[in-house]
Design a protein around this ligand. Structure first.
Ligand code: ADP
Length: 400
C-alpha cells in the first residue's frame, strides 16, 4: 500500500509517497511559488534530485506536475496514479470541530474553510489543496485530513480556557488549541514503544524545538496541557515568534508606534523570538556560533530558551503530578546537544541526569541519553510527522 502525504501552504505543496509495507519514503518533493512567477518543483526519487521550472497558476497544476514526476521520466516511482491508495493531508487547525483524523467529504472541506476565520494563514491553503487533490486524483481515492490540533483535543477545560469573558470562547472560539500535535503524538508513542511500556503507563513531557517550538504534557497517552495556544504564537520563544508576552505590551506598543493589530501580529510572528532578542539570526546554529564568539545578546537568547524550557518541564511535572520521561525532538531538540545538556543540568532535583557521551551522539532514531543515576528517562527522538500522517491515513481510510 502506498500513501501520498501532502502539506499545502498558500504558495507551496510538499509531498511524500510512503510505502506502508516497510514505512519507507518512495519519493518526496516540493512545489514552490504557486500562483507567483518563477514557480518550480523539486523532486527526489531513485537516489536522484531534479528541479524543474514550470508555471503553477494554482495548486491543481502543481498536483498534476507531482503526478507527472511520479509516473514518468527518471524520477518515476509508480506506473499509474491508481497505485496511490490514499492521500493524507496535514491540516493546521481543526479547532473543536475535529477531534480525530477524518475522512474527507464536501462538508469536511467546507468546515476546514470556515475555520479559516481563526486560522487565516493556513486553513484556506488546505482547502485549495484538498480540492485540487480531488480534481487530479478523482473521487475514488480516499483523502484523510490529519490536524495539528487533534492530539491536544484531550486537554481538560481548566488547561484550555483563558481567563477572558466566557462569550469570547462561545462566540469567537477563543481558547488554547495547541499545535505540532502530529509530532507530539509520534514522539510520545515512539518513546513508549522504546521503553517497552504502554502509553497509558507513562507521564511524558515532549519538547518539540524547531523554528516553531512547543512543549506538551502527555499523561497516559493523552495531552493534558501544551505551550502553544489559540495560535502557534504562544509559549516558548521561537525562531521569529515571541512566545508568551504580557498582553498589555501589545496595546502599549500599538500606542507608541501606531501599528495596528495586523501589523503587530506580523511583528510578533516574524520579528521577535531568537531574531528579535539577539539581532543576529532566527537560527539556533547561528546563535550558538555567535554566543561562542562572545556575542552577549546571542548568549542571552540561548539562556532564555533553556530557562523557558525548564519552566515548562517543571510546571508540566506539577500538572501531571509526576514525570517518567522527557523527549527532545525537532531541529534543535534533535541536534543541539548543548541545549539539551543545559536544560537537564537545571532539573537535577527532579531526578533528571544525562550521560554526556551519549548526548553527543547524532542521527539515531531514538537516543537514550539518560545518565546512570537518572530517575527520569531522557530520550532524543527523531520526529516524523509525514509517517504519522500516513499511519493515521491508513487507519482512517482502511481500518487497522
Ligand atoms: P521547522 O520548525 O521549520 O520544521 P526544524 O525542526 O528543522 O524547523 O528546526 C530548525 C532549527 O533547528 C533551527 O533553529 C536550526 O538552527 C536548528 N538546528 C538544526 N541543526 C542544529 C544543530 N546542529 N545545532 C543547533 N541547532 C540546530
Amino acid at each position: 500500500m502506498k500513501i501520498l502525504v501532502i502539506n499545502c501552504g498558500s504558495s507551496s505543496l510538499k509531498y511524500q509517497l510512503i510505502n506502508m509495507e516497510d514505512e519507507s519514503v518512495i519519493c518526496k518533493g516540493i512545489c514552490e511559488r504557486i500562483g507567483i512567477e518563477g514557480s518550480f518543483i523539486k523532486h527526489e526519487a531513485n537516489d536522484g534530485k531534479w528541479t524543474v521550472e514550470v508555471p503553477f497558476p494554482t495548486h491543481t497544476e502543481a498536483f498534476a506536475k507531482v503526478v507527472e514526476m511520479m509516473t514518468t521520466g527518471e524520477g518515476k516511482v509508480i506506473d499509474d496514479v491508481k497505485e496511490v491508495s490514499a492521500i493524507g493531508h496535514r491540516v493546521a487547525h481543526g479547532a473543536e470541530s475535529f477531534k480525530e483524523s477524518t475522512l474527507v467529504d464536501d462538508e469536511v472541506i467546507a468546515e476546514i474553510g470556515r475555520l479559516g476565520a481563526i486560522a487565516p494563514l493556513h486553513n484556506p491553503a488546505h482547502v485549495l489543496g484538498l480540492n485540487s487533490a480531488k480534481a487530479v486524483f478523482g473521487a475514488d481515492v480516499p483523502n484523510v485530513v490529519v490536524f495539528d490540533t487533534v492530539f491536544h483535543a484531550t486537554m481538560p477545560r481548566k488547561a484550555y480556557m483563558y481567563a477572558v469573558p466566557y462569550e469570547w470562547y462561545e462566540d469567537h472560539k477563543v481558547r488554547r488549541y495547541g499545535f505540532h500535535g502530529t509530532s507530539h503524538k509520534f514522539v510520545s508513542l515512539t518513546a513508549a514503544e522504546f521503553l517497552g511500556k504502554k502509553p497509558e503507563e507513562l507521564k511524558i513531557v515532549t519538547c518539540h524545538l524547531g523554528n516553531g517550538s512547543s512543549i506538551a504534557a502527555v499523561d497516559g497517552g493523552k495531552v493534558v496541557d501544551t505551550s502553544m495556544g489559540f495560535s502557534p504564537l504562544a509559549g516558548l520563544l521561537m525562531g521569529t515568534r515571541s512566545g508568551d508576552v504580557d498582553p498589555s505590551v501589545v496595546s502599549f506598543i500599538a500606542e507608541k508606534t501606531g501599528m495596528n493589530g495586523t501589523e503587530l501580529s506580523q511583528y510578533l510572528n516574524k520579528k521577535c523570538g531568537f531574531l528579535g532578542v539577539s539581532g543576529v539570526s532566527s537560527d539556533c546554529r547561528d546563535l550558538e556560533i555567535a554566543a561562542g564568539e562572545g556575542n552577549d545578546r546571542a548568549a542571552l537568547t540561548l539562556e532564555m530558551l533553556v530557562y523557558q524550557i525548564q519552566k515548562f518541564i517543571g510546571s508540566y511535572t506539577a500538572a501531571m503530578n509526576g514525570l517518567d520521561c522527557i523527549v527532545f525532538t525537532g531541529g534543535i531538540g534533535e541536534n543541539s546537544a548543548s541545549t539539551r545538556a543545559k536544560v537537564c543540568e537545571g532539573l537535577g532535583w527532579f531526578g533528571v541526569e544525562i550521560d554526556a557521551e551519549q548526548n553527543s551522539k547524532r542521527g539515531l532514531a531514538v537516543n537514550d541519553i539518560t545518565g546512570a543515576n537518572g530517575k527520569v528517562k531522557v530520550l532524543v527522538v527523531q520526529t516524523n510527522e509525514e509517517l504519522m500522517i500516513a499511519r493515521d491515513t491508513k487507519r482512517v481510510a482502511f481500518g487497522e
